[in-house]
Ligand binder design. Structure first.
Ligand SMILES: Cc1cc2nc3c(=O)[nH]c(=O)nc-3n(C[C@H](O)[C@H](O)[C@H](O)COP(=O)(O)O)c2cc1C
Length: 195
């Protein structure tokens, strides 16, 4: 997979369209190599139903996915690079991102899907925008994504962080825009938080 063209799945977690997080993710995606694939899914629009924990029900397996779940599952498995583009909501990811990640727990238990083995080695990235000017307040979001990547044996690539409140604010965050230029560059070093 290392030499194959990269295929990015951008999962937009804002509860609105055209917000700062999406704009920052699009700014960074604008610097991807032309051969890289890009798929964009607005999770609010996709409409995943609430996740149901079936681990200890019946035989503990998860039924095959249908509808929005199937779209999310197939897009995830088709990606070499999964980008969680979530605004900072209450110091964490948005609810739609959290629901999407909860589905991973179910996909681990779909017979024959081999979700964990197939996701191992793929890259996980984060993009977030927060209103607070104190960078550390997004540490819980960054930590949750990093630990999730580690659990899945994915390659954690760090978080691109920006500041904004009203849509368009991120265009004036020069540091975030500078970070966006190189954020998705392939590299061996994990950037941690870029801001
Ligand atoms: C439900 C909600 C919760 C938020 N929680 C935080 C927070 O905990 N910390 C923070 O700095 N900003 C918080 N904000 C501000 C957003 O992170 C900020 O406005 C961001 O630009 C919104 O993302 P968007 O422009 O991509 O939609 C919150 C906004 C909303 C709507």
């Amino acid at each position: 997979m290392a030499d194959a063209p990269r295929s990015f799945l951008f999962l937009l977690g804002s509860a609105r369209h055209g917000g700062n997080t999406e704009a920052l993710a699009r700014a960074a995606a604008g610097h991807l190599e032309p051969e890289a694939g890009q798929r964009w899914i607005h999770l609010g629009e996709l409409g995943l139903p609430p996740f149901t924990d079936r681990r200890h029900t019946g035989d503990g397996t998860t039924p095959f996915a249908e509808g929005p779940e199937r779209i999310a599952q197939e897009a995830t498995l088709a990606a070499t690079d999964v980008v969680i583009a979530s605004p900072l909501y209450w110091y964490s990811t948005s609810a739609t991102v959290k629901t999407y990640l909860d589905y991973w727990s179910g996909w681990l238990r779909v017979p024959g899907l081999d979700f964990k083995a197939r996701m191992a080695g793929r890259r996980l990235w984060g993009v977030t925008v927060q209103g607070d000017e104190e960078p550390d307040v997004s540490a819980p979001l960054a930590g949750a994504l990093r630990l999730s990547a580690e659990y899945m044996k994915m390659d954690w690539r760090g978080v691109l962080l920006g500041y904004g409140s009203r849509p368009g604010d991120i265009d004036r965050d020069d540091r975030a825009q500078a970070g966006a230029k190189t954020f998705f560059e392939p590299g061996t070093e994990t950037p941690g938080v870029v801001y």
